[in-house]
Design a binder for this molecule. Structure first.
Ligand code: PYC
Length: 311
């Protein structure tokens, strides 16, 4: 079996877009297609995203025909362990990939995801502005961790479920040298949320843990570390994580609609964002740019016992 992919990175975080060689998942909506992908495409998901071809940090994007004819494509984002509702850096990667393939030009394009339609504005210089799905905060929850005592933070929907760790004496300082400590801390918090059965309104696992510190690069309002479901950290500022952060700030009266928020990642890359308000909905907008790094054919040799990845 052979699968055609295009790799890119957005602020250091990889996106591997499947552009050929895989059957289209079945279903009467993007949400049903996501479910079919979860149930029946595990080998593909693992083989494309896990070692030896991928890594714990890989985010895959399966392009599918959209149900909404106004969209240029549908997309199911996946990690080494499951699927994502939405993915900000991945959407920017998909847009750059479609531009690379000559399928889209600068302008505004709609993309259908399992959690709703997003809008992507591709500028001439390659910058992409994503208008995300509506985001909202469920407010503060506190959990007992094994190694760090009681940790409190906000549970927020930004297209995925996030726990935004509040100011905390036990959280390691958000700097690159501390990434192993941050991995231990956020893994402990994630485990505590699971044990305490803190979940999203749709019953979804709160599987992204975000810690904040002061911004370092000029203009950044904050620097983050985001633990992703594959148990590795986002190299980018995390588009859905930045959306969640801005929604939480707006809810607390700390960010006004239209005011720019510059979120720095643990690697020093940045996304700029703002929120708009539509009725009672908080709509996050985030911008960044992706670069294509390779266009290749993945070969799945039937004689290779690791062809579907190392589990
Ligand atoms: O950019 O939204 C994002 C994201 C989610 C997981 C990794 N990146």
């Amino acid at each position: 079996m052979e699968v055609q992919v295009i790799d890119s990175h957005t602020g250091g975080e990889p996106t591997r877009v499947i552009v050929g060689g895989v059957d289209i998942p079945k279903g009467n909506s993007m949400a049903e297609m996501r479910e079919d992908f979860e149930q029946n495409f595990r080998d593909i998901r693992n083989g494309v995203s896990r070692e030896p071809r991928g890594s714990d940090v890989m985010v895959g994007a399966m392009l599918v025909p959209p149900y909404d004819p106004t969209c240029c494509t549908g997309v199911i984002f996946f990690t080494t362990v499951g699927t994502l509702g939405m993915c900000g850096h991945g959407s920017i990667g998909v847009v750059e990939t479609l531009r690379h393939l000559g399928r889209i030009k600068p302008g505004t394009h709609k993309i259908e995801t399992p959690v709703g339609i997003i809008e992507a504005k591709l500028e001439e210089n390659g910058t992409v502005w994503i208008t995300n799905v509506a985001s909202f905060s469920l407010g503060e929850f506190c959990v007992e961790t094994d190694g760090y005592g009681t940790i409190c933070g906000d549970v927020v929907w930004g297209g995925n479920w996030f726990f935004l760790v509040g100011k905390n004496a036990f959280a390691p300082e958000v700097k690159f040298e501390n990434r192993m400590d941050l991995l231990r801390f956020t893994s402990d918090v994630k485990n505590a949320l699971k044990i305490s059965e803190v979940r999203g309104t749709d019953g979804g696992e709160v599987d992204h843990i975000e810690v904040f510190g002061p911004g370092i690069v000029p203009g950044a309002h904050s620097k983050n570390y985001v633990l992703c479901p594959g148990m590795d950290y986002d190299r980018s500022p995390c588009g859905t994580g930045t959306s969640a952060k801005m929604a939480a700030l707006y809810t607390k009266g700390e960010l006004k609609p239209g005011d720019h928020w510059v979120q720095e990642s643990i690697t020093g890359s940045t996304f700029t964002g703002f929120v708009t308000i539509e009725g009672d909905k908080i709509i996050p907008h985030i911008s960044g740019r992706a670069h294509v790094t390779s266009q290749s054919t993945l070969i799945f040799d039937a004689a290779d016992s690791f062809r579907w990845g190392i589990s």
